[in-house]
Design a protein around this ligand. Structure first.
Ligand SMILES: CC(C)(COP(=O)(O)OP(=O)(O)OC[C@H]1O[C@@H](n2cnc3c(N)ncnc32)[C@H](O)[C@@H]1OP(=O)(O)O)[C@@H](O)C(=O)NCCC(=O)NCCS
Length: 199
């Protein structure tokens, strides 16, 4: 509980950024059609899509269809925002039936913002709320391509356990890849300190 209140204060805390000392804030909120221009910045970036199952979006229409058909009906999809402007996304996919105890975390951030601690902060915000929002959830998992070192580091920093490598688990960009499985259980004791952001 103490950890959760830490997170809530992290979400609302203003953070000094960069040389110009602007006040910057990382928060999560729903993404909608009016965010299409911001969405296209990361969704059309090849660097962002490299380790993801999707290919870079090539038109605004494709982006609008994704927001309409996938994002809006999605059970848990949020924009990662810097000063309320979307710079990436984070989602939890819900499983049902005998798999209803678990959810799968996914995220992506515009490449301009990499290396500043933002994705770690966003994952911590999800961890701080998802088990309360979905009381049936016992396990949050994340599947990362072995070459995606940055994403593995994000999960480690957010308190996830690296469980092992699933060999030849998924076909990605025409090649079958090994995947690292990470998880966080609702019962795990995570010491969540607020990530230092270097904005
Ligand atoms: C993965 C991703 C979300 C990371 O976002 P980010 O905001 O840069 O992450 P953070 O800054 O919070 O942390 C990244 C960590 O990885 C480290 N890192 C990044 N690339 C690395 C590399 N090639 N080798 C070693 N460490 C690396 C960084 O140094 C940092 O660790 P540190 O704080 O200990 O120095 C972002 O790069 C991204 O959106 N990539 C494309 C989409 C994607 O891969 N999504 C995940 C699919 S599973």
């Amino acid at each position: 509980m103490e950890e959760i209140s830490h997170l809530q204060s992290a979400q609302s805390k203003a953070i000094k950024s960069g040389d110009d000392e602007e006040l910057a804030e990382i928060s999560l909120r729903p993404l909608d059609l009016s965010d299409i221009d911001d969405f296209m910045v990361w969704a059309s970036d090849e660097k962002v899509a490299r380790f993801c199952t999707w290919d870079p979006y090539t038109s605004k229409e494709e982006g609008m269809n994704f927001i309409k058909n996938v994002v809006i009906p999605h059970p848990w999809f949020r924009a990662i925002c810097l000063n309320n402007r979307p710079i990436g996304s984070i989602s939890v996919l819900a499983f049902s039936g005998t798999n209803r105890c678990r959810g799968e975390l996914g995220y992506a951030l515009g490449s301009k913002y990499w290396g500043k601690g933002i994705a770690t902060q966003a994952v911590k915000l999800v961890v701080g709320s998802i088990f309360r929002e979905w009381p049936h959830l016992e396990r949050l998992e994340a599947l990362v391509v072995v070459e995606n070192i940055g994403s593995q580091r994000v999960l480690e920093k957010a308190g996830f356990t690296r469980e092992g490598v699933l060999r030849k688990y998924v076909v990605l960009k025409g090649r079958t890849r090994d995947i690292v499985m990470f998880s966080l259980l609702s019962t795990d004791q995570v010491s969540i300190s607020t990530t230092s952001l270097h904005l």
